[in-house]
Design a protein around this ligand. Structure first.
Ligand SMILES: Cc1cc2nc3c(=O)[nH]c(=O)nc-3n(C[C@H](O)[C@H](O)[C@H](O)COP(=O)(O)OP(=O)(O)OC[C@H]3O[C@@H](n4cnc5c(N)ncnc54)[C@H](O)[C@@H]3O)c2cc1C
Length: 272
């Protein structure tokens, strides 16, 4: 449980962090809340030579509106987001989900940007952002680019971010009046989801049903065609093939996806 030796730098600004990433390339790794990276380092599944601590970058800690969008700085912590009045008003799904990640300790250190960049298919925020058709903003030496969530998550723990890019913000359309729901099934309260479902209007995203968060497209199409919540939810596992794992077989996970989808859709019908 002791990480391999590494060097440590604190970055006080986005520009400073980018300069260090450009100088050190693949040898450097950003450290945000550390709640995914440090456990990996202790297990020696990650052994970066240099950790670039971006937690002092206050310029990336905000929630604000920008025209039709709500914009969240990547270094915003779950604890800040769950109670943020702007987020609760314009993107209540994201505020709610921030409040059910891990436990108090995790929510006080973990960041939305860290969760999205880490791209664990069992994580909550990536699926919630996908359900909201979010856009991820990255900055690197070539400037800024905006990546739709549907193109951002490319594989297990893999995103379309370049090694010298930093995720700076998460943008979603204001969800005013949009029904939303969220359900996750866990073994213990603080565990990652065995399966979860996020609903934003007619969009339905699944947690831990594939190597990335995915949309339940058959359910979405059925809803758009006028199916009832129950009918549409029965299609939630269509096209999925989640592997058996210690706490749930593949078939059980598919069953959970349908049950949780119906519950989340029923919630969404009463909210917004
Ligand atoms: C006990 C425990 C329970 C947990 N339960 C849950 C849960 O129920 N649901 C859930 O979703 N998550 C859960 N988590 C994970 C938690 O949400 C992490 O905080 C999150 O996955 C990573 O965020 P972080 O800020 O800690 O990132 P870090 O661990 O610091 O970084 C994670 C990765 O992202 C990269 N990175 C970080 N920020 C950026 C950035 N701005 N730009 C580019 N790359 C970046 C890092 O280089 C690293 O590779 C749990 C963690 C623990 C320890």
């Amino acid at each position: 449980m002791i990480p391999a030796p590494f060097s440590y730098r604190r970055a006080a600004s986005v520009d400073e962090a980018l300069a260090v990433l450009t100088e050190h390339g693949d040898d450097a790794k950003l450290l945000a809340g550390g709640h995914s990276l440090l456990p990996l380092m202790k297990l020696r599944l990650a052994a970066p030579e240099l950790l670039v601590d971006i937690s002092p970058i206050d310029e990336l800690r905000y929630v604000r509106t920008d025209g039709d969008d709500v914009v969240i700085g990547a270094m915003s912590r779950y604890h800040d987001l769950q109670g943020d009045s702007v987020l609760r008003e314009h993107a209540p799904l994201l505020a709610h989900v921030s409040g059910v990640v891990g436990d108090q300790q995790v929510r006080h250190r973990g960041t939305i940007g860290g969760s999205i960049a880490h791209a664990d298919a069992a994580a909550d925020l990536p699926a919630a952002v996908l359900a909201c058709d979010g856009v991820l903003v990255a900055r690197g030496p070539k400037g800024e680019r905006r990546i739709p969530a549907a193109e951002f998550f490319v594989g297990p723990f893999t995103t379309s971010l370049e090694p010298d890019e930093l995720l700076t913000e998460i943008r979603v359309r204001k969800q005013d009046g949009t029904g939303w729901g969220f359900e996750k099934f866990t073994r213990r309260a603080i565990d990652w989801a065995i399966v979860g479902v996020a609903v934003a209007g007619g969009s339905v995203a699944l947690i831990n049903m594939a190597g990335t968060p995915i949309r339940a497209t058959a359910t979405e199409e059925a809803l758009a065609g006028g199916a009832s919540n129950a009918e549409a939810a029965r299609l939630a596992a269509e096209g999925t093939n989640p592997p058996d794992e210690a706490h749930a077989s593949s078939r059980y996970r598919q069953h959970l996806a349908k049950v949780l989808a119906e519950r989340a859709l029923v919630q969404a019908a009463t909210r917004g």
